[in-house]
Design a protein around this ligand. Structure first.
Ligand code: MLT
Length: 240
């Protein structure tokens, strides 16, 4: 089993993922929100790469059963029912709903990797569940950090390192490469102080400036949900 970490989706084109097993990480906040919404009973999440497409897709879906969610510059988009705060995606709001979801980095990374044979979503919230599932598949894995505007992000790379460390603890035969050594080293440094790391990250600071402190506390929780979101036919659902 080989693991590769992409520090930004920009380093590969869409066809790179064809037939691969991939995992997208956007700790702040898209992957944490996706995990929360599905855990709270959302029927499916439709990740889209543009706001225009989100509006178009939602128009063609069943009226009351569809919600538009996501953000621009961390804020809820005009006309959308929900922003990108995982705390908004409560059971009473999302249960049974299809959510068309646009975010600046996370959903773009997901749509870029859509030709993967297996595509999963990981955050700190569900990291152990994803690790166990990947070990059971025993495929090579591309771990894609959504990053920020195509640049590196600390929190996604620490999460990638933690996911890799968890996999290695279950399967010591994993082959290491340079990207993995780097992610593992960052997890060594920050993996025990997730909240502190999130608060000092560039995106964490921006979220705090915009009043989303509670989201950071929430996204720092480790292994609280035993769920694995996967991508199939254009939507994200939970593995049974
Ligand atoms: C993203 O996809 O860029 C993020 O989830 C942004 C955010 O924190 O809302």
């Amino acid at each position: 089993m080989k693991l590769n970490v992409l520090f930004s989706p920009i380093v590969a084109d869409e066809l790179y993922f064809t037939g691969k097993t991939s995992v997208v990480i956007d700790v702040l906040r898209a992957s944490s929100t996706i995990v929360t919404a599905l855990k709270n009973g959302a029927k499916e999440i439709v990740p889209v790469a543009t706001v225009e497409f989100a509006v178009k897709v939602s128009g063609g879906m069943f009226g009351g059963q569809t919600l538009l969610g996501g953000e621009r510059n961390t804020k809820k988009i005009e006309g959308f029912a929900l922003g990108n705060s995982p705390l908004e995606y409560e059971e009473k709001v999302v249960n049974g709903k299809s959510i068309v979801f646009y975010t600046t980095n996370g959903t773009k990374a997901l749509t870029k990797a859509r030709f993967s044979e297996n595509l999963f979503v990981c955050s700190f919230l569900n990291l152990n569940a994803v690790a166990k599932h990947l070990v059971s598949l025993n495929n090579n894995v591309e771990i894609i950090c959504a990053g920020r505007n195509n640049f590196f992000s600390l929190e996604d790379t620490v999460c990638a390192g933690k996911l890799a460390a968890e996999i290695i603890s279950m399967n010591p035969e994993v082959e290491l490469n340079d990207s993995l050594y780097a992610a593992l080293a960052l997890n060594e440094k920050y993996g025990q102080v997730l909240l502190k790391m999130l608060k000092q990250s560039e995106h964490g600071k921006l979220l705090i400036e915009n009043g989303f402190d509670e989201d950071i506390n929430y996204c720092a929780q480790l292994n609280v949900f035993d769920v694995v979101p996967y991508y199939t036919n254009g939507v994200l659902k939970l593995m049974k």
